[in-house]
Design a binder for this molecule. Structure first.
Ligand SMILES: Nc1ncnc2c1ncn2[C@@H]1O[C@H](COP(=O)(O)OP(=O)(O)O)[C@@H](O)[C@H]1O
Ligand SMILES: [Mg+2]
Length: 271
């Protein structure tokens, strides 16, 4: 059954409450299209995401990943199709988007009332990302990784059923990115939101996701469950899946498959 969580209930004028069912859908897209002028970006996307799922969305640069995420965040509208998405959602962007003249803890509460109870929640969220000691500081004293952890805390404090993350670690150095990937897994275990993680990093997708999507020519060309045990490390199963995805993304040709992955191959995805 399709539930348009954004559409007010006709009888009450209220948005329908999130269903209590733990397998309830948090995303339900049907034949969603989006074009910018003549350029067709999304060509009939069907997508369902359930509570607690971690879904990675891969695609070459310009394939429409951000466009799809912005539609799910209601930052942009589809041209046609049905967009069902839970109201309980937050977005983490590639850059942390902190307000420079707000202290760290008030950045966590951005848009929420600064009540004593909310400050306690902000402090708890900062503790979870290991930054309680920076709560009274200003954003300019934070490293890139710390700033992005504040952005995660800001998402957490809202206890969303759906976390939309658009290349949240792309601007971080490799070591910080690894730490953030582990942190996201811990937070997911603790809070169990559904996560739609847009990334161009195939390894990151295989490391984190229950399911991997590839957006290509306006369509989801791959929708693949990842059945590797957690915690995941490079090795058997991991490499095969990574190579399959790189080939799907046009980075490895069939004849390349089986060769060691190269940094330039990965970089090509980011280009
Ligand atoms: N507001 C916009 N106006 C016109 N074209 C846009 C707009 N936003 C995105 N596009 C175009 O849509 C395509 C997909 O963009 P985007 O969703 O940002 O791709 P990705 O996130 O996969 O790199 C690109 O060709 C981009 O230039
Ligand atoms: Mg993008």
């Amino acid at each position: 059954m399709f539930v348009d969580f954004n559409k007010p209930d006709a009888s009450s004028g209220q948005r329908p409450a999130m269903p209590a069912d733990p397998n309830a859908l948090v995303v339900d897209l049907k034949s969603v299209t989006k074009h910018f002028g003549e350029q067709l970006i999304l060509d009939g996307i069907d997508l369902q995401i359930r509570r607690g799922e971690i879904v990675a969305l891969l695609g070459a640069s310009g394939s429409g990943k951000t466009t799809l995420l912005r539609i799910l965040a209601s930052l942009d509208a589809a041209n046609s199709g049905e967009v069902g998405v839970t109201d309980s959602r937050t977005v983490v962007f590639q850059e942390p988007r902190l307000v420079p003249f707000n202290r760290v803890w008030t950045n966590v509460l951005l848009g929420l009332p600064q009540t004593r109870a909310n400050k306690a929640k902000a402090m708890a969220a900062l503790r979870e990302v290991g930054l309680e000691h920076k709560a009274e500081g200003w954003p300019r004293i934070l490293s890139g990784g710390e700033a992005q952890r504040v952005a995660l805390a800001r998402a957490l404090v809202r206890t969303p059923h759906l976390l939309l993350a658009d290349e949240p670690f792309a601007a971080l150095d490799a070591l910080t990115r690894l730490r953030m990937q582990w942190l996201v897994q811990e937070l997911w275990r603790e809070h169990n939101p559904a996560i739609l993680l847009v990334t161009h990093d195939v390894d990151e997708a295989v490391l984190l996701a229950d399911r991997i999507l590839v957006l290509k020519a306006g369509r989801l060309s791959v929708d693949l469950p990842v059945n590797l045990p957690r915690p995941r490390r490079s090795g058997h199963g991991f490499t095969e899946l990574t190579e399959f995805l790189l080939a799907e993304l046009g980075v490895l040709t069939d004849t390349d498959a089986g060769q060691p992955q190269t940094a330039p191959a990965r970089a090509a995805l980011a280009a």
